[in-house]
Design a protein around this ligand. Structure first.
Ligand SMILES: Cc1cc2nc3c(=O)[nH]c(=O)nc-3n(C[C@H](O)[C@H](O)[C@H](O)COP(=O)(O)OP(=O)(O)OC[C@H]3O[C@@H](n4cnc5c(N)ncnc54)[C@H](O)[C@@H]3O)c2cc1C
Length: 459
């Protein structure tokens, strides 16, 4: 990058917040996909006005801007595939306001999701979206991807809690969207458009977040199944019983084995599947609901149903669930991770299809995820250096997406499109959907400087 540009950026953000060494740039060149793209420069702004000034320079010079939170994304959204400025938002991490009376928080995008949740829970309030990466990912990154998590089955996803945003647009001007009230319908819903736009329309610098009362009690159960079909059928039966769990998570045998090798959590290796089920609400109803769920699982073939007796046991079960993703790294060097979602009652169908695809392409596929909302994380474990296997994996991905769409599902429930799925989105959106998406992008960003190459691989 030219010296005068580096100087301009340093003048705005301060020398210590502008990184140009190879080592530093490499640190911001990848996300959880393991793919890479090295930025020309890394800038870590502290305030929204600086973001605006940086974007104005990028716009004038035609330099790509790549907004970045913690870089835990599973779609390559924060990878600077065309170089440019990696705009790292992690230093803008303050809780600006916590308005208990109106149950609204105002927060900067770099705040770690877990830290935000802890702060609001101290006031008896609740921010439900809980991606398994919550101890590292940022709330701005969550808005960028519209992150979900285990609690989505009952409480919805990030977009359901974002009331309004401050966004620096690709020309550098500041847009305020939405409201700081419980509701509001003035104009188009630009907040919803921004949430999940993966940094392609602007840089989020502040979020108005809706909070709800913290549930009084939680009960968690682990159900162990010898047969995977029994686990899939239990999911449908639990939902059909009119109990809405706050989480209903699924792990297949390969996922269980991985976790056991990784953290020795005491999960039964001989089980074909386990379900981790949680209910929340008032003390009496959670006791009744978890007992009923236990009965349903037992009648559907669960060999064992363990109910966590206290918070320590509950946290232990969740640690096992959250360990799946990192544990997979020990199985094979390359993980192709998809997060397809089907209507809940089609979970048994997609599980069967995934088994057939795994056999047909001779691939090791590990499945786990948020089965209660039909969101299955499908992990093809392979090795990038094995070209022949990678080709089979690529064909398998195409077939997995085809099966998902045939079952009236979606190719991404929460991870987003980034660079990993852009070639498939036409199959879901159709010609008109793609054309409208391109037009929207052109309205916001005609020079294509804001995270270019993401979602749409070309404009
Ligand atoms: C172990 C593990 C478990 C995970 N579990 C889940 C899960 O349960 N549910 C789930 O949904 N995801 C999950 N993820 C994926 C990931 O954590 C989420 O996508 C998360 O929202 C990314 O947040 P981040 O701060 O790391 O953002 P990044 O990865 O840095 O960025 C993600 C996207 O948001 C954009 N972005 C970031 N900040 C801003 C901003 N301020 N303004 C505009 N755009 C911005 C980026 O450009 C990029 O496109 C998991 C990842 C890992 C590694």
């Amino acid at each position: 990058m030219k010296r005068d540009l580096i100087k301009k950026l340093t003048d705005i953000s301060g020398r210590e917040n502008v990184l140009i060494s190879d080592e530093d740039r490499i640190c911001y060149s990848f996300d959880a996909t393991g793919r890479t793209g090295i930025p020309d420069i890394v800038v870590k702004p502290k305030v929204a006005d600086d973001v605006s000034e940086i974007v104005k320079i990028a716009h004038k010079e035609g330099i790509p801007i790549v907004p970045r939170g913690a870089g835990t994304g599973f779609a390559g959204g924060s990878i600077p595939i065309h170089g440019g400025i990696a705009l790292v938002m992690t230093d803008m991490n303050h809780l600006v306001d916590l308005d208990g009376e109106n149950m609204i928080a105002v927060v900067e995008p770099g705040m770690v999701t877990y830290n935000f949740q802890q702060e609001v829970e101290k006031r008896g309030l609740f921010y439900p979206p809980d991606p398994a990466s919550l101890k590292v990912c940022t709330i701005g990154g969550n808005a960028g991807t519209c992150a979900g998590g285990p609690r989505a089955i009952k409480y919805g996803v990030t977009r359901d809690y974002i009331l309004g945003l401050d966004v620096v647009l690709p020309y550098g001007e500041m847009l305020h969207t939405g409201v700081r009230t419980a509701k509001g319908v003035v104009g188009y819903d630009l907040t919803r458009l921004m949430v999940g736009s993966e940094g392609t329309l602007g840089v989020i610098t502040r979020l108005n977040v809706r909070l709800i009362p913290l549930p009084e009690a939680i009960k968690t159960a682990l159900a162990v199944f010898k047969k995977i079909d029994d686990a899939s059928n239990s999911i449908s039966k639990i939902i059909a019983s009119r109990i809405l769990p706050s989480s209903l998570e699924f792990m297949d045998q390969a996922a269980i084995g991985c976790v056991e090798n990784y953290i020795h959590a005491g999960l039964p290796r001989d089980a074909e599947a386990i379900l981790l089920i949680e209910v929340d609400g008032d003390e009496i109803s959670v006791e009744r609901q978890i007992a009923k769920i236990g009965e349903i699982c037992s009648h559907s073939g669960a060999g064992e149903v363990r109910i966590a007796k206290n918070d320590t046991e509950r946290e232990f079960l969740w640690n096992a669930r959250r360990a799946v993703s990192p544990a997979l790294g020990h199985l094979a060097p390359t993980k192709i991770n998809e997060d397809i979602t089907v209507p809940r009652n089609r979970v048994p169908d997609i599980i069967r299809r995934l088994k057939q695809i795994s056999e047909k392409y001779r691939l090791n596929i590990v499945n786990f995820g948020h089965a209660g909302d039909g969101n299955i994380h499908v992990n093809i474990m392979t090795d990038r250096r094995n070209e022949e296997e990678m080709k089979r994996a690529d064909e398998a991905v195409g077939e997995i997406f085809k099966a998902t769409l045939e079952l009236k599902g979606t190719i991404s429930g929460e991870h987003g499109i980034g660079i990993t799925k852009s070639r498939y989105i036409k199959d879901e959106l159709g010609e008109t959907g793609i054309e409208v998406t391109k037009r929207i992008k052109r309205v916001f960003d005609p020079n294509n400087i804001m995270n270019p190459g993401k979602i749409l691989d070309h404009m």
